[in-house]
Design a protein around this ligand. Structure first.
Ligand SMILES: CC(=O)SCCNC(=O)CCNC(=O)[C@H](O)C(C)(C)COP(=O)(O)OP(=O)(O)OC[C@H]1O[C@@H](n2cnc3c(N)ncnc32)[C@H](O)[C@@H]1OP(=O)(O)O
Ligand SMILES: CC(C)C(=O)C(=O)O
Length: 580
């Protein structure tokens, strides 16, 4: 990158660097949350939300459990002003919810903000002015003292108008562009504002330290927070708030480290919507806590609904990889991951594990309203038998023998590879039914009879082969062996190894069973087949016939042998079978 010399660090280390907070592993409780979706999020949208859209978003925030909500910048536009008035007129602010409004430190803007607040019981009036070196130099062209005076004058006006309104509003001050401000100066301005407000234990003030533009690594921001936390006046009566943005992509890390360094409150948005690269995503911070066993105090359990509402009213898109919320964040396509997840789920069930320890999944997808079947194991050409087996078992109750699962999964993979597509569960099931289940070509079984004679089993099967009815007969020391011999002897098939299993299809209300056969021929090649029926023996014979039909070279064997049965034989079989 040839222009690198254009850049230097734009942030300031605090005069005393305190990193003692790094010894803490995690905050032991959730912070106070404040959603700024309807203000910072909204001001960053290509088309800001309409009144109705903001109302819908607001209702969702209330439902999720946010108790502090920045509802807008009432002096900014008619819609912003009207929004707050609508909340008041429709009595939409629950008693335990505090609405927050943002205002510049300019008299007419503050006056208009207070007009919008008339009739609000619990409000936070949020005052800001930029304190950064760059903005003092280039935007305001004012000295530090003059900048401090803007904040102090604004703070006094808030105090006066609140008293005049007979209200009990709480106050918040943000030294905007804090991360580009010398920490000593930010401290000086904040303390001057606090001297105006003189916060008490029952009317605390909020000092909000925004990384308006993220400029440093997270530990530097956290050191700035630690410095402010230690040196702010009235600290016990100050709620120390963070408002991270995400320019460097580390908004969540800023917030988490800032909490370790002494902060009490987080301002952020759902999915990190906000100016430029966004505000910090409160869902990620909250769910990170949840995944460590700390209740975030916000309900994220119906995430798909939240995503749907958010995408509709903001016209933004939640990225597929968005932590905890994206469509693909629980999906495992690759074989080894699927195998471990399927085994982990089984282990969990078998051992009644109290804690969530399933490999590859930080949290249980069900906790955020996602489904294992649809969201976790997804099948494409990278998948393996664990994943295919999981889909077949969880969606259709089909528990193939291990080797058959392997055989089927290679088939499924190759279909996905050739089509260059993901295969959904119903397509996988169709591949199974079309290729492995009750295969009727070239041999189609019409009926069979098995009898025990002199301690030996005798089997007869009526087959339709190339338009002809043929009866096969065989003997064996078991019922299935008799059937197997009947077919194998007829066509000279040698089976060197035979694998069989069956189980009830427990998801099937008509209580059918499924049987599986694996037949290994003289060359060592194994072919699998399956059969379903309410009668176990019928299911097994069907499975056997399916496997036989799938053996390589069956069509040639049939042409070569060209067997037949007489009309009388067929007639007699049918008559006996109907009495059977
Ligand atoms: C980091 C943040 O997200 S801060 C919030 C930013 N959000 C918004 O700005 C959205 C809503 N804003 C608006 O709709 C408009 O800016 C309004 C209605 C509030 C004000 O509009 P305007 O009066 O046209 O002016 P504008 O916002 O451009 O302000 C520029 C003037 O205000 C001054 N100013 C800007 N911010 C502040 C502040 N926080 N406190 C005091 N003065 C300020 C500037 O120095 C400039 O002064 P100048 O006129 O002497 O040059
Ligand atoms: C008004 C302040 C808190 C802000 O939005 C920011 O600095 O990003």
């Amino acid at each position: 990158m040839k222009n690198v010399e254009k850049y230097k660090k734009g942030y300031f280390m605090p005069p005393q660097v305190d990193m003692s907070w790094t010894s803490k592993e995690y905050p032991d409780k959730a912070p106070i949350w404040c959603s700024v979706d309807l203000r910072d999020g909204n001001q960053a949208l290509v088309i800001p939300m309409s009144l109705e859209e903001k109302l819908e978003f607001y209702k969702m925030l209330i439902r999720m459990g946010f108790k502090e909500i920045e509802v807008g910048f009432p002096a900014a536009s008619e819609t912003e002003f009207e929004f707050l008035r609508t909340l008041v007129e429709r009595d939409m602010i629950p008693d335990d919810v505090t609405v927050q409004v943002l205002t510049q430190a300019r008299e007419h803007i503050i006056q208009k903000t207070f007009k919008a607040l008339e009739g609000v019981k619990h409000a936070i009036v949020h005052l800001y002015n930029s304190t950064s070196y760059a903005q003092r130099q280039q935007v305001f062209r004012k000295s530090k003292e003059e900048i401090k005076q803007i904040a102090v004058d604004g703070a006094k006006l808030l105090q006066r108008l609140t008293e005049e309104a007979g209200a009990n509003y709480r106050f918040e001050y943000s030294p905007e562009s804090f991360t580009g401000t010398e920490p000593e100066f930010a401290l000086d301005v904040c303390n001057a504002v606090l001297d105006v407000w003189k916060p008490t234990a029952d009317r605390k003030a909020i000092i909000n330290l925004p990384s308006t533009v993220q400029m440093s690594m997270p530990h530097v921001y956290a050191s700035q927070i630690a410095y402010m936390s230690r040196n702010l006046k009235y600290r016990d009566n100050v709620v120390l708030s963070l408002h991270p943005h995400n320019d460097r992509g580390t908004g969540v890390a800023d917030a988490e480290m800032g909490l370790l360094a002494g902060a009490d409150r987080i301002e952020g948005t759902l999915f990190g919507n906000g100016e430029r690269t966004g505000n910090v995503d409160v869902i990620t911070i909250g769910m990170n806590m949840y995944a460590m066993g700390i209740d975030p105090g916000i309900d994220f359990s119906y995430m798909p609904e939240v995503v749907e509402m958010y995408e509709r009213v903001t016209r933004m898109h939640v990225h597929e990889r968005q932590p905890y919320a994206g469509k693909l964040v629980f999906a495992a396509f690759s074989g080894s991951h699927q195998d471990a997840i399927a085994k982990g789920m089984q282990f969990r069930e078998d051992h009644r594990e109290p804690y969530w320890t399933v490999p590859y999944l930080l949290i249980d997808p069900k906790d955020v309203g996602r489904e294992y079947e649809a969201d976790v194991i997804r099948i494409n050409s990278q998948s393996g038998k664990g994943g295919v087996g999981f889909i077949m078992e969880h969606n259709y109750g089909i528990r193939m023998p291990k080797k058959m699962r392997e055989n089927f999964s290679y088939f499924v993979k190759s279909v996905s590879d050739h089509r260059h597509q993901e295969l959904k569960p119903d397509e996988i099931y169709r591949l199974f039914t079309d290729h492995y289940l009750d295969v009727t070509k070239p041999l189609e079984m019409e009926d069979f009879m098995i009898k025990k004679q002199h301690g030996h089993w005798k089997g007869q099967i009526l087959m339709r082969v190339g338009g002809k009815d043929i009866i096969f007969q065989g003997e064996g020391n078991g019922q299935l062996a008799a059937v197997a011999h009947a077919i194998c002897d007829a066509y000279g098939i040698t089976v060197s190894h035979l694998e069989y299993s069956e189980h009830d299809l427990d998801r099937d209300p008509s209580s059918r069973g499924i049987a599986y056969f694996g037949l290994t021929d003289e060359k060592g090649q194994t072919t699998w087949g399956a059969g379903i029926d309410t009668d176990t023996m019928t299911a097994s014979v069907r499975a056997f016939v399916s496997a036989i039909n799938r053996m390589p070279g069956m069509a040639e064997r049939i042409t070569f042998r060209n067997l037949s049965s007489s009309y009388d034989q067929i007639h007699n079989f049918r008559r006996s079978a109907s009495h059977h």
